[in-house]
Design a protein around this ligand. Structure first.
Ligand code: ATP
Length: 516
């Protein structure tokens, strides 16, 4: 069974993440708060390492990209200009019997996915029947049942698209009813009207006494970059093309937030807005599409774990857009978006603020509003992608089993554990000496409890790539054993080489070189 075919994989990852200090439900002692999570002692290290890989690959490796850390609260007009006040909505629908709330668009998309599954089943059946002679393309173009289902999908899609564009929610409800879509939990088809729901969280700035004003928690980090475009361009003397990168929290009042850290109400984004000369945006869009996929693939989470999904229905501000999807336990889903946003945002901010947000092009001797290509990735989704590929349940040669997180060493929370074989004879002191040297450059852990085999297993569960064991021979010849997580092989190395060897093995240098 391919790993991602295991129907319990997500459940196992959630349980593992909690048991071993990666991700806890938020405020768990009060039974948690839906769709919010806290990162534990190992989770925070993994998250920091992913962020650092992104930051270094974007900012440190590109002369023309600089960083920014904008505040979460922004002037409320920002969100008017960006279109979020008027248009950052999802259509919601309630089931009157189960009282459960759903996104109307997701109900329809799930229905379409079921028809797609029927098509795939037909194809698989025919492939088995015809063996090597099977021509999938021809079969799809001629089989009446397949053609009938393709037509069904096309009809639903075109009506669905029109309903969303024209905000015809009465017809959207009618569509749900006509398709016979039932509440996936209760099976009831007793639906309320469809309503628009704005995803932004609002709060009040100042006390009511001084006339508090309504402000929003940012639903994306991008706008902090747009409103600082001119500040950075002028003070950094930046010339087009150039980019501004930022990581930080974003907040969305998602209607349904399930699937662990994949969809949360508070999450972290890593976004880069690349400002370019109008007319060159498609070139840069293709450039960043390829660069970002290479960034993912360099981690070795699986060559086949990614695919592009080009958007056919473009947002009003975009002239091209695609997602990089990852093969999560729930199937291929969006991990990162690459969007060619034209000059929509800067122009809108010019209009609402009355300030010019332009670039003076010396060659052309004129000013214009730059176009923007954006790369936007969810840090939490990236975290889930790493855990998905890392989580392995292995049966060993001796029949025993182990659960191991094969996290790329450069991202692993703890790079090495130093283990004295026994808690006596000067072994703990020697182990501490090695630990003190290593901790200057990498995150290390000391573990002196339990039998050595159990300690190795414990490090496997948190993804530590190397265990360094100090034994009696160490005191005689100044050598230790290094045990590797993935192969479980052990070899002896001299103490004076051990620091260099570990530093080299977990260094980000080679990774950055491969994506440069
Ligand atoms: P989706 O279609 O899954 O709701 P989106 O298209 O709205 O996502 P964008 O607005 O393009 O997402 O945001 C960029 C990135 O931020 C996404 O690719 C994703 O990785 C991340 N992201 C968006 N919403 C969430 C969320 N609720 N929880 C965690 N990460 C998120």
């Amino acid at each position: 069974m391919a790993k991602n075919d295991d129907p319990n994989l997500l459940k196992k990852i959630i349980a593992h993440a909690k048991e071993y200090g990666f991700v806890f439900p938020s405020s768990e002692i009060y039974d948690g708060l839906s769709a919010t999570y806290d990162y534990g002692q190992y989770g925070v290290e993994l998250k920091n390492n992913i962020r650092s890989y992104w930051w270094k690959a974007m900012v440190q490796m590109n002369e023309n990209i600089v960083g920014l850390d904008a505040s979460i609260f922004m002037h409320p007009t920002t969100w008017k200009a960006s279109g979020h006040v008027d248009a950052f909505n999802d259509p919601l629908i309630d089931n009157k019997d189960s009282k459960k709330r759903y996104r109307a668009d997701v109900l329809i998309e799930d229905h379409i996915a079921k028809i797609e599954a029927k098509i795939n089943k037909e194809v698989d059946k025919a492939a088995k029947k015809f063996g090597n002679d099977f021509d999938e393309k021809q079969f799809k173009e001629t089989n009446p049942r397949v053609l009938d289902n393709v037509k069904k999908i096309d009809d639903i899609n075109s009506r669905f698209k029109r309903d969303l564009e024209e905000e015809d929610f009465d017809d959207l409800k009618l569509l749900i009813e006509e398709l016979g879509i039932a509440d996936p939990i209760s099976g009831s088809k007793n639906w309320t009207e469809v309503r628009q729901f704005n995803l932004m969280f609002s709060t009040e700035l100042g006390s009511l006494a001084d006339g508090a004003s309504k402000i929003y928690l940012r639903p994306e980090t991008a706008q902090g970059i747009f409103v600082n475009y001119l500040n950075v361009q002028k003070t950094g003397r930046m010339k087009l093309p150039f980019g501004i990168a930022q990581t930080g929290k974003a907040f969305r009042n998602e209607i349904i937030a399930r699937q662990f850290i994949f969809r949360m109400r508070e999450f972290e984004q890593m976004e880069m807005q690349f400002f370019v000369k109008p007319g060159t945006e498609m070139e840069w869009y293709e450039h960043w599409k390829a660069k970002r996929l290479a960034w993912h693939k360099a981690l070795g989470l699986g060559e086949d774990s990614y695919r592009y999904h080009d958007h056919l229905n473009l947002a009003h501000y975009a002239n091209a857009a695609c997602d990089i999807e990852f093969d999560f336990p729930m199937g291929f889903k969006e991990l990162e978006g690459i969007h060619s946003r034209t000059d929509f945002d800067l122009k809108a901010h010019e209009e609402y603020s009355g300030k010019k947000l332009q670039f003076f092009d010396n060659e052309e001797e004129k000013s214009y509003v730059p176009y923007v290509v954006e790369t936007s990735i969810g840090l939490d989704r990236m975290f889930l992608a790493v855990l998905t590929s890392a989580f392995q349940e292995e049966t060993l040669e001796d029949g025993s089993s182990r659960t191991v997180l094969k996290i790329p060493p450069v991202l692993a929370p703890i790079k090495a554990a130093v283990l004295p074989l026994l808690n006596k004879d000067g072994l703990p002191e020697k182990a501490h000496e090695i630990l003190d040297e290593l901790k200057m450059s990498v995150n290390v852990q000391y573990d002196g409890k339990d039998a050595i085999g159990r300690r190795y297993r414990r490090q496997d569960t948190i993804g530590t790539p190397y265990c360094i064991t100090v034994d009696h021979q160490t005191l005689e010849d100044n050598t230790v054993t290094i045990r590797e997580r993935d192969s479980m092989e052990q070899r002896r190395v001299s103490v004076k080489d051990v620091v260099n060897e570990i530093e080299e093995a977990v260094s980000i240098k080679a990774l950055l070189r491969s994506v440069n």
